[in-house]
Ligand binder design. Structure first.
Ligand SMILES: Nc1nc2c(ncn2[C@@H]2O[C@H](COP(=O)(O)OP(=O)(O)OP(=O)(O)O)[C@@H](O)[C@H]2O)c(=O)[nH]1
Ligand SMILES: [Mg+2]
Length: 370
């Protein structure tokens, strides 16, 4: 009996080669993806193992492969198995069983290497929610077996332990907070929300805008200040900030900065100049939860530089699957101070540390009910 392996770009092509060489009576022993020893390592290929009882023809021509769309791997070959003698058929069956077991072992070892084996249903669900697979696997490892509800609770707890949180802003002498972030992140709205909440706690708040870059940008903060009855001043240049702070007796100063694109290094530098000149005690980085994981990480890193920042995660109400943002938070490890949950001033903001809904939402997704 002759047993030989044939390769091709598709199973059919490999099979055709086998038939041409071994004849129509050839029996297919196994088929599968070609290992690189059998195929050009830079191309995807398939291999079949075929056997025949008949001697090889000396005039063998292997045909050029015909293009085929079907790349199915399970193909039956009409065979001469029925014509075989009993002991040969037994030997063949033994060989086939052996080859199948070898194939299974190779596939299992490859899947454990790539981590693409049988997937835990919770991991699969998190990946559907746009979690990065690495984080999904890592956190699910900390979740004991149990009902789905108890798994969500444990997962939320595991996530809470991994993330760091900053307590909400309090009064200082004064506390000087510079709010930075990409364009449209919600910086000015967040400042208005914070100021509204602080005024209720009877803190003396001063709002400073350094956004003289865009037409009427300072009007937005002045309008909020007017409604909340909180003083708003405009710093024409970053160097003016300390003097403006001295002139006002405040417990806390919130400084708004213009949003600039991260593609624009000049804008980022001018934002940094406010940080340098203001004597900031805190830097609050507003980042929209709507960004992709990589967009979030790149933008946050470019804007924060090597500065210690706290994070305000904005627009969580616009996100249904928070997996991207979780993956970004786990990667960045910046302490999370606030989440903002809508456009309403001053209510749509909450402390990340004390929020009762945040961890649950981060793992389960859906509408945010903070
Ligand atoms: N859905 C939702 N919208 C928000 C939230 N916070 C702010 N916005 C909206 O986002 C838009 C931009 O908000 P701004 O506060 O002007 O953003 P900004 O970062 O100051 O923008 P620039 O100064 O232009 O960089 C406005 O329409 C806000 O109402 C939020 O938590 N949820
Ligand atoms: Mg603004």
């Amino acid at each position: 009996m002759i047993v030989k392996r044939f390769s091709g770009q598709t199973v059919e092509e490999a099979l055709m080669r086998a038939k041409w060489e071994l004849g129509d009576e050839a029996v297919l022993l196994s088929s599968g993806v070609a290992r690189d020893r059998w195929w050009k390592f830079w191309e995807k290929g398939y291999q079949v193992l075929a056997a025949t009882d008949y001697p090889l023809s000396t005039d063998v021509r292997v045909p050029e492969p015909e293009p085929s769309e079907d790349s199915g791997r399970e193909i039956a070959v009409s065979g001469a198995a029925h014509a075989m003698q009993e002991p040969e058929r037994d030997r063949l069956e033994e060989m086939m069983a052996l080859l199948t077991r070898m194939d299974e072992k190779i596939a299992a070892s490859q899947s454990s290497k790539t981590g693409r084996g049988k997937q835990n249903p919770l991991v699969a669900r998190l990946i559907e929610q746009e979690w990065e697979e690495k984080w999904a696997r890592e956190l699910v490892m900390e979740v004991p077996k149990g009902s789905l509800d108890s798994q969500w609770t444990h997962l939320a707890e595991a996530l809470r332990k991994r993330l760091t949180f900053s307590p909400p802003l309090s009064a200082g002498s004064p506390r000087i907070v510079v709010v930075i972030g990409p364009t449209g992140a919600g910086k000015t709205t967040t400042i208005a929300k914070l100021a509204g909440g602080m005024a209720v706690q009877e803190m003396r708040v001063l709002l400073i805008t350094t956004d003289t870059f865009r037409v009427a940008a300072s009007d937005q903060l002045e309008t909020f200040g007017g409604i909340l009855d909180i003083p708003v001043v405009v710093a024409k240049k970053p160097q003016d900030v300390p003097e403006l702070i001295r002139r006002h007796d405040a417990d806390i100063v919130l400084i708004d900065t213009p949003g600039r694109s991260i593609q624009e290094p000049v804008g980022i530098r001018s934002g940094l100049s406010v940080l340098k000149n203001s004597g900031a005690t805190d830097v609050l980085l507003c980042m929209p939860a709507t960004y992709s994981r990589s967009g979030f990480v790149d933008t946050a890193r470019k804007i924060a530089g090597d500065r210690a920042v706290s994070l305000c995660l904005t627009k969580v109400d616009e996100v249904l699957s928070p997996g991207s943002v979780i993956s970004a938070l786990l990667e960045l490890r910046y302490p999370l101070m606030y989440v903002t949950t809508g456009q309403g001033v001053p209510h749509d903001i909450e402390s990340a540390l004390t929020s009762r809904f945040l961890a649950q939402w981060l793992v389960k997704g859906g509408a945010y009910h903070g």
